[in-house]
Design a protein around this ligand. Structure first.
Ligand SMILES: Nc1nc2c(ncn2[C@@H]2O[C@H](COP(=O)(O)OP(=O)(O)O)[C@@H](O)[C@H]2O)c(=O)[nH]1
Ligand SMILES: [Mg+2]
Length: 242
């Protein structure tokens, strides 16, 4: 794929040494930069990652949580386009082309969804799926969006929109914050179908109740942030790319 825009992939990783060989093997050859944000891993995450990709840029996060990690990775990114994927094997790098295509064709923010035709999940539990559905519905109600999948970690956006999102959170509420702020900033949001695979090794760091509560607080708090809630005619609920 020949692109006029440069692409940075940001990968938050905490103790994912066993999964990284699989994840990095799925990354397209036309990626310009890969940033791994290490969450003070106690396994070989950084050594394995460097061995797999000698050109890797490793960022060590200063705080705690996936949100803190991603924000540090975004700040270090040099690409025009930033793609965020997980390090546990659940997000497939071979889908990056779909996200980039949506951005090149005009979207500001390409948001992965497991709930549009072509998407799906082998990883999400019934409880998490239910919680996500409720939180997605609440977000759509409060912000006038038409999202189908609020809490999903596979997204891509033009780096120039980072200032508009002004991200400032620590935990798994990061995707919610991005989705709400992207909409509030009037960005053109395009959902992209994505299939979430099972984490290969290890266990999820997410706790449904604790992190669901953080997401809920984020959704409610953002309403009082002082931004004018722009209607979001551009927030498409279905995918234009197949
Ligand atoms: N750097 C960093 N990465 C994290 C942290 N928490 C989670 N991650 C990474 O974020 C991704 C998603 O986390 P995971 O535990 O699989 O949550 P789930 O996919 O929501 O079940 C994985 O690549 C994790 O290694 C953290 O505190 N710091
Ligand atoms: Mg996971």
């Amino acid at each position: 794929m020949k692109l006029s825009a440069s692409i940075t992939v940001v990968v938050p990783a905490m103790n994912e040494a066993e999964n990284l060989p699989h994840v990095f093997a799925t990354l397209p050859s036309w990626i310009d930069e890969v940033i791994l944000v290490d969450g003070n891993s106690t396994d070989d995450t950084v050594a394995v990652a460097r061995r797999l990709r000698p050109d890797l840029h490793v960022v060590t996060q200063t705080g705690r949580g996936k949100g803190n990690a991603l924000i540090a990775g975004f700040a270090a990114a040099k690409g025009d386009i930033i793609v965020m994927i997980d390090a546990d094997g659940s997000t497939d790098g071979r889908e990056i082309g779909l996200f980039v295509e949506a951005l090149i064709e005009g979207a500001d923010f390409a948001k992965g969804s497991r709930y549009v035709p072509g998407g799906g999940s082998s990883d999400i539990s019934v409880v998490r799926s239910f919680g996500n559905r409720v939180l997605t519905g609440l977000t759509n109600m409060l912000y006038g969006t038409r999202y189908t999948d609020l809490c999903y970690g596979y997204n891509a956006f033009w780096a120039r929109h980072l200032d508009a999102m002004a991200l400032d959170c620590d935990g798994f509420e990061i995707e919610t914050l991005m989705n709400v702020r992207a909409s509030q900033a009037g960005l053109l949001i395009q959902e992209v179908p994505s299939h979430e695979h099972c984490r290969i090794h290890g266990e999820s760091n997410l706790h449904a109740v604790r992190d669901g509560w953080r997401v809920l607080k984020t959704i409610l708090r953002e309403r009082n942030r002082g931004l004018v809630a722009a209607p979001a005619p551009s927030s498409l609920g279905s995918c234009a790319i197949s």
